[in-house]
Design a binder for this molecule. Structure first.
Ligand code: GLA
Length: 391
């Protein structure tokens, strides 16, 4: 795995924070992810198609005999010591709730913990829709699983990460991010059925093209509450449709069935939400086929359609994301572009001809800044492997 981080430097910081007895900590890593297509489908039991990045969260951890959990991070100045008998209490809105939520999930599953000295270090930009939080959860989950020989398979660890976020942090996310972080593979995208959790790794061969991630750098204030609102709109759509045809979730419907049943939904916005979810599922299936047959043009076209649907029907884009996608579309050699993640800010992902990457960054950057007065960031990501122990 190509790790763009100097672990020797991290070890030095660890020993400064926790001089201890000189025993070396174990090092774990869990990646962030970029979703290629299939947005807001996971919690509707539909299809998603994300891949893991080589950016993620490193966790250095050493067990102690003291009944205390020590948390620190290199990303900002933060230290927190939590006695083991207080781990059930949430710590404000701090990031430490992600690992704490995971720890609670293990305790609920009967794992008995000791104290731990921990140093987290993230290389995924925070709050950018690239799953920095899932990578923190999954780094904690693989670490505990290994150190305490809990023996849970990776799919269970992904569920532990998701539950931690749902139950402890209070964000009702689906399973996509934790699953991609845990089960991603280098140079492959993960085609996941979120209903059955069956998945297939599809090799990504972008030929003379590459992925470019563009970060709006918009502060995402209300994301969690708007996200939870979309979830409940989907629940309402299921209830309405069930008056005509009993369903458990929207992904049970084909687009044709939806068209014949949609009049059962009296609220126009809720009808739009359902249309997005059901059409997006169809697009994921088509995109996987397109990638398998090497039809990158078609793949890009489906990405564009996905963005339009998220903008017009699901209404989770906003000026910043729409500007990035529109400007990307003006550059020659761009096959497709769309928002990735929850939306409302965060990042877009585009497929760009390798020779046009510099032009893309220059032009899109300039025009985005002019339109929004925000400075975007651009990343040229590699597709990495899933969570695990480094040393
Ligand atoms: C966030 C959530 C995921 C998924 C996406 C939208 O990343 O954590 O579970 O719902 O939004 O596709």
């Amino acid at each position: 795995m190509n790790h763009p981080v100097n672990t020797a430097k991290l070890l030095e910081t660890f020993y400064q924070l926790y001089p201890g007895d000189g025993r070396s900590p174990e090092i774990y890593f869990a990646p962030g992810r970029v979703n290629l297509i299939g947005e807001h489908t996971d919690y509707n039991n539909g299809y998603v198609f994300p891949c893991a990045l080589t950016y993620g969260t490193y966790l250095l951890v050493r067990r102690t005999n003291r009944p205390v959990l020590h948390f620190a991070t290199t990303n900002f100045s933060f230290r927190k010591d939590i006695p083991l008998d207080q781990i059930g209490e949430k710590v404000g809105n701090e990031w430490v709730n992600y690992p704490l939520g995971v720890i609670n999930q293990f305790v609920q599953r009967g794992v008995v913990l000791n104290g731990m000295e921990m140093l987290f270090s993230g290389t995924v930009p925070n709050g950018a829709g690239l799953s920095s939080s899932a990578s923190i959860e999954m780094a904690m989950a693989v670490a505990i699983n290994e150190m305490y020989r809990a023996g849970f398979p990776m799919v269970e660890l992904a569920l532990i990460g998701q539950r931690a976020e749902n139950e402890f942090v209070g964000m009702n996310c689906g399973i996509m991010d934790q699953f991609a972080s845990g089960l991603g593979k280098e140079n492959a995208a993960l085609f996941l059925n979120c209903d059955t959790l069956q998945y297939e790794l599809v090799p990504i061969d972008l030929k003379e093209y590459r992925l470019v991630i563009s970060n709006t750098n918009k502060r995402r204030g209300l994301t969690d509450s708007k996200y939870n609102e979309r979830r409940s709109e989907c629940d309402r759509a299921v209830e309405y449709i069930s008056r005509k045809k009993k369903i458990e979730h929207l992904s049970q419907l084909s687009y044709q069935e939806f068209e014949s049943l949609q009049d059962a939904i009296p609220e126009p916005a809720v009808r739009q939400r359902a249309r997005h979810v059901i059409s997006e599922n169809q697009r994921v299936l088509e995109a996987v086929l397109a990638l398998k047959s090497g039809d990158l043009k078609q793949f890009g076209q489906l990405m564009n359609e996905s963005h339009n649907s998220l903008r017009d029907d699901y209404e989770v884009t906003g000026k910043e994301l729409d500007t990035l996608v529109r400007e990307a579309g003006k550059i020659e050699g761009v096959l497709g572009s769309r928002m990735t993640g929850a939306g409302f800010g965060g990042c877009t992902v585009s497929i760009v001809h390798k020779n046009m990457t510099d032009t893309f960054i220059r032009q899109v950057g300039k025009n985005y800044e002019k339109a929004t007065r925000l400075k975007p960031d651009f990343y040229l990501p590699d597709i990495g492997g899933g969570a695990g122990k480094l040393q």
